[in-house]
Design a protein around this ligand. Structure first.
Ligand code: AOF
Ligand code: ZN
Length: 391
């Protein structure tokens, strides 16, 4: 395999980054392929695109297979651009490497190596041993990883990528002192949250939020505001609900809670030592609810255990925490948040309203929790700020 940076691309290959950008764009428009990565592929011949493909959902064609089908005979002697190394294994579907070789392609250009231990590097080897040249576009690697930030993190560390979302007023308050919080932010900001939910493998909340707000925490597909192109690329989306996860050390979630009665799987993590069978039976939980007895820390479920279990047992790539100030603070203080998303509404809720995070008693500036601003956007009448906690 030849590693190439843009500055090394001769005039013959000068448009390669553009074709790779097309493959990456196809991948990025796909909202959720969990537990699989988002992958895009374009097939180029005689200076033009002859085939395009993207992975839609597990069990469906991989990006390369869709692109090969759309290129037909034109795939012969073509150059194939894929945002990720083609697979060499038999999973839910057959190996893309074999299909690319059988189609008679001449060159393969990739932007990332699949961190799946069943594949990692083997796809490249297999293609090369069939006499096909393989190129790695180094300048596209960061974009390829960003599209699958959770997939890479899970495969490389055993933990999912954690986004924590909060909605606050400009005075940093998340609810009035009487608990009323509907609605702080605009409908546009709430539709934006729906998109984050839709791209997540799991949505995590706490029992306090279940008890105080009785939320559904599901994806309302009609609220997603997708473009026609995005709709076409996400045809299977409507049938997939992220796993909903409730952290509920003492199993206080009522059997009647709304979150338990909408489509999709539910996991309730309870603290191992505090729960007895009698309590479980008294709850009459619906069949789609799985109770998980978690390791505990000060009689609470251990958050690291929860995330590890979601990655290992449920193959969660990206998880979305939508919780109150106490649980959000617990994730932050445990160093488990990768990205904090705060919607700031142009409102004042007053000094007796509830804070963003329950963190108290700081005495010096050196104790402040610090963030780097990743993105800042206006969403409807609100501001969305994406922050990366600084360790
Ligand atoms: C590709 N192209 O578009 C994707 C790939 O169970 P399967 O058959 O869907 O295989 C899943 C694995 O394949 C996944 O874990 C990842 O390693 C790779 N994903 N590979 O060549 C694709 N989505
Ligand atoms: Zn494949």
């Amino acid at each position: 395999m030849q590693r190439l940076s843009s500055s090394q691309l001769g005039s013959e290959f000068i448009d390669w980054p553009v074709y790779m950008r097309c493959a990456l764009d196809l991948a990025v428009t796909v909202i959720n392929t969990s537990p699989n990565p988002r992958v895009g592929c374009v097939i180029v011949k005689a200076g033009g695109i002859v085939g395009k493909g993207w992975h839609v959902s597990p069990g469906k064609d991989h990006a390369e297979i869709m692109a090969l089908k759309s290129a037909g005979e034109d795939a012969k002697s073509s150059t194939v651009f894929v945002s990720l190394e083609p697979c060499s294994h038999i999973g839910r579907t057959g190996p893309c490497c074999d299909a690319l070789i059988a189609a008679g392609i001449s060159r393969l250009v990739i932007a990332g190596i699949d961190p799946n231990p069943e594949i990692s590097g083997l796809g490249i080897k297999k293609i090369e041993s069939a006499g096909i040249e393989v190129f790695y576009l180094e300048d596209s690697e960061a974009a390829a990883r960003k599209i699958n930030v959770g997939y890479f993190k899970r495969r490389e560390t055993g933990l999912p990528y954690v986004r924590c979302k909060l909605a606050a007023s400009i005075d940093g308050r998340t609810a009035l002192s009487n608990g009323v919080s509907k609605w702080i932010t605009s409908a546009e900001a709430r539709a934006d949250v729906q998109l984050y939910r839709a791209q997540s493998s799991a949505i995590i909340t706490g029992v306090e939020t279940v008890l105080s707000d009785n939320p559904s925490m599901n994806v309302r597909f009609d609220e997603l505001n997708l473009t026609a192109e995005a709709k076409q690329q996400n045809l299977s989306l409507n049938s997939i609900q992220p796993l909903r996860v409730i952290l509920d050390s003492n199993l206080r979630t009522p059997g009647t809670a709304k979150i338990l009665h909408v489509d999709g799987g539910i996991r309730i993590y309870v603290a191992k030592k505090t729960i007895d069978q009698e309590l479980v039976e008294s709850k009459e939980l619906p069949d789609n609810v799985e109770l998980v007895f978690a390791e505990e820390e000060s009689q609470r479920v251990n958050l690291h255990f929860v995330l590890e279990s979601l990655a290992l047992n449920c193959e969660c790539n990206e998880v979305f925490v939508e919780a109150g100030p106490a649980l959000s603070a617990a994730f932050l203080e445990a160093g488990l948040i990768d990205e904090l998303i705060v919607y700031i509404a142009p409102k004042l809720l007053g000094s007796d309203a509830k804070p963003l995070f329950e963190i108290a008693g700081l005495q010096s500036m050196s104790e402040s929790r610090n963030f780097a601003v990743k993105d800042l956007d206006k969403v409807g009448d609100d501001i969305r700020v994406c922050l990366i906690p600084q360790k």
